[in-house]
Structures are given as structure tokens and as C-alpha cells.
Design a protein around this ligand. Structure first.
Ligand SMILES: Nc1nc2c(ncn2[C@@H]2O[C@H](COP(=O)(O)O[C@H]3[C@@H](O)[C@H](n4cnc5c(=O)[nH]c(N)nc54)O[C@@H]3COP(=O)(O)O)[C@@H](O)[C@H]2O)c(=O)[nH]1
Length: 531
């Protein structure tokens, strides 16, 4: 007992450990991948927003430049300088404005007249751009080391450029992307790196140190490229932040896994499942109950009855097996299993069973199926020793509807043609009238044991059985009385004129070895009741 309990506990501990392991692995996987996908999605969304903001910002910049260009002249007089100074003062981005001419020479700025020629790369880009707009990131003589430039040229050749520190340009995208993500914003040939606080460096320089994923967008109209990086550190930061939730979800999964294992364990050991498995694996046995002939010249017969001892549930009643098989839709499989075992029984004991017929129980629903007769014919081919020796005991067929009745009659005729005899089981327990007997080509009629039990004392039972017996004889059917347990019952059914008797009075259902011994000891010739 102690051993059993401790082994159970051991088993439980093992299950719990396994569940803990699997739930931990699954929660880590679910947690890690969900966080990854969440951050990836966030990276995508924020990059899209940053792209839109950049686009808007560029549009605003050029609206501003265009306004300046509209008011500018090819001179650099006091008023022109003043106008540039005023615009610079009110500009949210630009810290300096300049004017250039057809030769791309800067001739005026908000500080006063100047004389600087634009970079050739800028000139090229301006010339090749459709609407004479471009931007660049390069050194400025007057602003910080790295400066953002925007250029716009009117159709008549007059151009305006605005200078801004990259910070004021990237401020808006900083608000969207930082501090979680870092980015490289390439303007023309140079790049702003958000981690270096707007230091200019070559675009080829990789920012992908400790990066989990990245996303790039290009604003073709402005020759801008934004590359946003998801740092691995951010991932770990979130991991730590969400750790309590991860632990809770692990515990939930642990409970779910453990309950599922218990349920599965319970199901595996449930009677239903065990019966199903035993039928599928052919693990049940068949016992045989003699059906004793009351005539010396006729051999005894046998009825095959299912028996099963389950390791977990002990001896299981055939009524439960049949009921469960019915619910699980396994009745046909049960019947085929019994017939196969009967076939093997005949194969192993062909001498003793040469003249013996064996009846197998079959329910009417299985019989009605189209697959039934072909499958039975196949089994008879596999076990030719059963031909002419196999009988089917069909539980009352009176509950059939108008469509099923003709189908069942044709089924019976077919079965008889392939050498299978038929008997009506438990006659009298259902709604069967005597008329029912006329419809079906039965060979044998089995009188139900409830009538036999009350035959001696119950006048009504005696009357019913007398008329049933008379009709069965007229129709050429054999009569079997089942459930005969005592001498007086035997005498009563003998008086009635039955052909065979089945019951504990002679023998209980026996395992195959014992029934062979019984048949050898009890031939009709040495059975005292046989006439
Ligand atoms: N479709 C299938 N049904 C089957 C199969 N095997 C059995 N069954 C049906 O289960 C019911 C119970 O069967 P079982 O417990 O085996 O009982 C049989 C006999 O043991 C019992 N019997 C026989 N003689 C006596 C007796 O003197 N007294 C007494 N109290 N019982 C006795 O009767 C049962 C046989 O009945 P029947 O089939 O009507 O001839 C039962 O309904 C079986 O049909 C199977 O493989 N398939």
C-alpha cells in the first residue's frame, strides 16, 4: 500500500515536473516571440509615422523657402538683407538664409553680401531635380560643424538656401523614435546618427551594433533615407519589465498543462476509453455457453458471449461493454472481433466442433448497414470452417420502421444464402407480435428467460409460450428456451416442446478450453435429458 502511494506520488511529482518544464519552455517561447513581434510591429508603425512626419516637414520647409524666394531679388540691398533676417527670426527651423544666382553663387545672406559657390554635388542634384529642390548635410562656414541645407531655385535662376542645425531638423522624428529606437537619417551623401547626437558621418558606417531588427524607408522626392534600428537592449529591457507577467502566464500554463495531463490520464483510464481500446486491440475474450439439444440425434450448439477483465476496472459486464460499444459506434467492430475469435476457436478445435454450430449476438443496427454482409462474407472466406456453422442471434427486429423492414428481410435472405443461420433473440421482451414471426425467415426462436422463470407459476406466460411454440413449429423454426436454471424449469420447457435448452442448469458460459472439455463429456448420447 505504502509502495503504491509512494509510487503514485512519484508519478505525480514526475508529471508535475514535466508540466513545469513544458509550461516553462512554452511560456518562454510564447513570451519571447510575442515580445519580438510586438516590438517589430511597433518599429514598423513608428517608422511609418516618422516617414510621414519627415515628409510633412520637408513640404513645410520648401513652402517656407518658396515664400522667401518669391520675395527675393538678384541684389543684396539693405531691404533684401533685412527681409532675410526677419524670415530667419521667425523660422522654426532655419538659422540662416542665403540667396544664389544662375551660376549657383551665393551672393547674399541674412548677415549681408557674401561670395560662396555651392558644392558641385548640390548643383548637380538641383539641376537634375524636377522642381529644383534638394537638401544636403554638410559643413557650414557659419553654423555648427554639421549643417542641414535646403535649396530651392526659382525658374528665373534665383535660388534660396536655408541652413539649420541637424538637431532642429531631426527633432520631430526624435520625438517619435527615441529613446527606444535609434536611427540613421541619410540626407544626400551624409548621415545623421541619432546615437551620436547629430554627428555627421559616412552613410556606409553601420549602426547595427546590438541590433535585433531594422526598417528602412526612403523619401525619394527629397533624397532622404531613414533607417530605424530596434536595439537588442530594448528587447531585454522589456523582458525585465514584463517578467512578472511572464511568471504569471507561466503559472497559468502550468496549471493548464497539469489539468490537461490529469484529464488525459483520467480519460485514458476511463471505462469508455478502456473498452474502446480493448475492442480496437482485440483484447477481449469470448466464452461459450452450451445450448443443449433435447434430441439425441441433434448435436448441441454454443452461444458466443463476450467477456473482458480489465486491469483497472476488473471484470466488466457484457451489458456495459455492449452499451458502451453502442454509444461509441463500435458495435460492428465488436461483432467482427467475436466472429474472428470464434473462427480461430473452430480452426484450433476442428474435430470437436465439426458438427457444432455457434451463435453470435448481433444488433439490428449493424445488420442494417450496407457494409455488414460484404464484411461477413469476407470473414467467412477467411474462416471457411465457419461456413454452415455460424448463426446470428438478432435482438428483436420488431422496432423497425417501414423503410427498414424490407431491407432487413432482404438482408436475412442474403445471409441465409451464404450459409448463416438466424435466430430471434429474447423473443417476447419487445413489441413483437406473432405476426412478426411470419415476416422474417428465422431458423430459430429463443424464448426469453423472463418467461421461463415464471413459466411454472404464471398461467399467462404459459399461455403465451404455448401459442408462440405452436406458431414457431408451424413455421418450421427451432425453439430454444434460455435461462433454464432448475430441474422444474427444464421439465416445464420440455412439456412445452422446445428443441433446445440453454441455462445455468447445464452450464454457465465457459472459456474455450473448458467448453471443449464440456462438449467431449456431454455428447447428446450421454446427456440424460436427450430423448
Ligand atoms: N451484441 C452482443 N451482445 C452480447 C455479446 N456478448 C454478450 N452479449 C449480450 O450481453 C447481454 C449479457 O450477456 P451475458 O452476461 O453474457 O449473459 C448471457 C448469459 O450468461 C445469460 N444466461 C444464460 N443462461 C442463464 C441462466 O440460466 N440464468 C441467468 N440469469 N442468465 C443466463 O444470458 C445472457 C445470454 O443472453 P442472450 O444473448 O439473450 O442469449 C446479453 O443480452 C447478451 O446478448 C456480444 O458478443 N455481442
Amino acid at each position: 500500500m505504502v509502495k503504491m502511494v509512494s509510487s503514485r506520488l512519484q508519478g505525480r511529482k514526475k508529471t508535475l515536473l514535466l508540466c513545469a518544464f513544458f509550461s516553462l519552455v512554452s511560456s518562454i517561447m510564447v513570451f519571447a516571440s510575442s515580445l519580438y513581434w510586438y516590438l517589430l510591429d511597433d518599429l514598423e508603425q513608428r517608422t511609418d509615422t516618422a516617414q510621414q512626419v519627415l515628409d510633412n516637414q520637408m513640404q513645410n520647409i520648401f513652402v517656407e523657402l518658396k515664400e522667401v524666394a518669391d520675395q527675393a531679388t538678384f541684389f543684396c540691398e539693405k531691404d533684401d538683407v533685412k527681409r532675410l533676417q526677419k524670415t530667419t527670426f521667425y523660422s522654426p527651423i532655419f538659422k540662416e538664409y542665403g540667396l544664389f544666382d544662375h551660376d549657383y553663387k551665393l551672393f547674399c545672406s541674412n548677415i549681408g553680401p557674401i561670395d560662396i559657390t555651392l558644392y558641385s554635388t548640390v548643383i548637380e542634384r538641383l539641376k537634375s531635380s524636377q522642381d529644383r529642390k534638394t537638401v544636403s548635410l554638410s559643413q557650414s562656414n557659419t553654423l555648427s560643424e554639421s549643417t542641414f541645407f535646403a535649396f530651392y531655385q526659382r525658374e528665373d535662376g534665383l535660388g534660396v538656401n536655408g541652413l539649420a542645425p541637424p538637431r532642429s531638423f531631426s527633432l520631430f522624428i526624435d520625438q517619435i523614435l527615441r529613446p527606444d529606437y535609434h536611427y540613421l537619417l541619410t540626407i544626400g551623401k551624409n548621415t545623421i546618427d541619432s546615437r551620436r547626437d547629430a554627428h555627421q558621418h559616412s552613410a556606409s558606417h553601420s549602426a547595427a551594433v546590438g541590433v535585433l531588427a531594422h526598417r528602412s524607408v526612403t523619401l525619394d522626392d527629397w533624397s532622404l533615407t531613414l533607417k530605424v534600428f530596434l536595439p537588442t537592449a530594448l528587447y531585454w529591457q522589456y523582458c525585465l519589465l514584463l517578467l512578472p507577467f511572464a511568471i504569471v502566464s507561466w503559472l497559468i500554463l502550468l496549471v493548464a498543462f497539469y489539468s490537461a495531463t490529469l484529464l488525459w490520464h483520467h480519460y485514458q483510464h476511463s471505462l469508455h476509453h478502456c473498452i474502446k481500446r480493448a475492442i480496437k486491440r482485440n483484447e477481449m475474450q469470448v466464452h461459450y455457453q452450451p445450448i443443449v439439444s433435447l434430441q439425441r440425434d441433434k448435436p448441441h450448439e454454443l452461444e458466443a458471449l463476450i467477456r473482458w477483465h480489465s486491469e483497472r476496472h476488473g471484470q466488466v459486464s457484457p451489458l456495459i461493454i455492449v452499451d458502451t460499444a453502442n454509444r461509441l459506434g463500435l458495435m460492428e467492430e465488436l461483432t467482427w472481433m467475436v466472429i474472428r475469435q470464434v473462427g480461430n476457436f473452430y480452426r484450433d478445435n476442428h474435430t470437436v466442433l465439426k458438427d457444432i454450430k455457434t451463435a453470435v449476438n448481433v444488433d439490428r443496427f449493424s445488420l442494417l448497414k450496407d457494409s455488414f454482409t460484404p464484411m461477413l462474407a469476407e470473414l467467412l472466406n477467411q474462416y471457411p470452417e465457419l461456413t454452415g456453422r455460424l448463426g446470428l442471434e438478432v435482438t428483436e427486429t420488431s422496432a423497425l420502421n417501414d423503410d427498414e423492414l424490407p431491407l432487413m428481410v432482404s438482408r436475412f435472405e442474403h445471409l441465409k444464402k451464404i450459409g448463416v443461420s438466424l435466430s430471434v433473440d429474447d423473443f417476447g421482451t419487445g413489441y413483437s407480435g406473432l405476426d412478426f414471426l411470419r415476416r422474417f425467415p428465422y431458423d430459430t426462436l429463443k424464448l426469453d428467460q423472463v418467461f421461463i422463470a415464471s413459466l411454472k407459476d404464471d398461467h399467462f406466460s404459459r399461455q403465451i409460450l404455448t401459442s408462440v411454440t405452436k406458431l414457431a413449429k408451424e413455421l418450421g423454426m427451432e425453439l430454444i428456451a434460455e435461462g433454464v436454471e432448475r430441474q422444474d424449469q427444464l421439465e416445464a420447457v420440455q412439456m412445452l416442446g422446445v428443441d433446445r435448452v440453454q441455462g445455468y442448469f447445464f452450464s454457465r458460459p465457459l472459456p474455450k478450453e473448458q467448453v471443449v472439455a464440456w462438449l467431449l463429456d456431454n455428447t447428446p448420447a450421454n446427456t440424460p435429458v436427450c430423448r
